[in-house]
Design a binder for this molecule. Structure first.
Ligand code: PGA
Length: 248
């Protein structure tokens, strides 16, 4: 299985950027072993449907845990699925922080995605205070195990985990490859001991760019990257994808 690059635009971007990224990266996805997934704001996901001649894949940035109902402003997993969206970020630290998403809510959203055949990219990661207190692995494993304890065992292999230390997101201060490796290895070990034979793919996210991606990808347990800021410039993002794709 090739590496996975997931672009997380957050609340950024435009139709023009979407066209530029599809043009720059679309054909790259066809010619390398890397899978490139764009996690876009919901309106652009509807537009993405028009780009049916590309190998790019699409992700929601968030989803409601219920199927439908009076929840103004929300997007359901069924709607994502109808738009041809195969992936969804779940539990990004910005949603945990600004929208008070708890581990239990992250589990509920993960299950909703799994039910609809959408592959959840479950984000985990400690904040600076927790890292300084030596609690990084404890926090990450609590976030992970809440999810793994509550999903149907048979569907667990569809989950991808993104380790995103909160102190590295948007700060320009990425985790060192060794720090990422330590956590990724622990995540995979915890997953294996929870569900026999489960081999989770684990992405690293937090200030990834075209210059540091390669060193991160050299780590044995880094299976791909989740990229925020550096995915908002089409050419730079292409360079980043090339680094990731060339590293395996
Ligand atoms: P960043 O964001 O690459 O801008 O640090 C990553 C993320 O939040 O997914």
């Amino acid at each position: 299985m090739g590496p996975l690059v997931v672009a997380n635009w957050k609340m950024n971007g435009s139709e023009q950027l979407l066209q530029a990224v599809v043009q720059e990266v679309g054909e790259l996805a066809e010619t390398t072993s890397a899978t490139v997934v764009l996690a876009l704001p919901a309106p652009y996901l509807a537009l993405a449907r028009g780009f049916d001649n590309t190998q790019l894949e699409w992700a929601g940035q968030n989803v409601h845990w219920l199927k439908s109902g009076a929840y103004t402003g929300e997007v359901s997993a069924e709607m994502l699925s109808e738009m041809g969206v195969g992936w969804c970020l779940v539990g990004h630290s910005e949603r945990r922080q600004y929208c008070s998403e708890t581990d239990e809510l992250v589990l509920a959203k993960t299950n909703t995605c799994l039910e609809l055949g959408i592959r959840p990219i479950v984000c985990v990661g400690e904040n600076l205070r927790e890292r300084q207190a030596g609690k990084a692995l404890e926090v990450v494993s609590r976030q992970l195990l809440t999810v793994l304890n509550g999903v149907p065992t048979a569907l667990a292999p569809l989950i991808v985990v993104a380790y995103e230390p909160v102190w590295a997101i948007g700060t320009g201060e990425e985790a060192s490859p060794e720090t990422a490796q330590e956590v990724h290895e622990a995540v995979k070990r915890a997953a294996r001991s929870k569900i026999d034979g489960l081999e989770l793919r684990v992405l690293y996210g937090g200030s990834v760019n075209a210059d540091n991606a390669k060193a991160l990808m050299r780590m044995p347990d880094v299976d791909g990257v989740l990229v925020g800021g550096a995915s908002l410039q089409a050419h730079g993002f292409r360079r980043l994808c090339e680094q990731v794709a060339g590293s395996v």
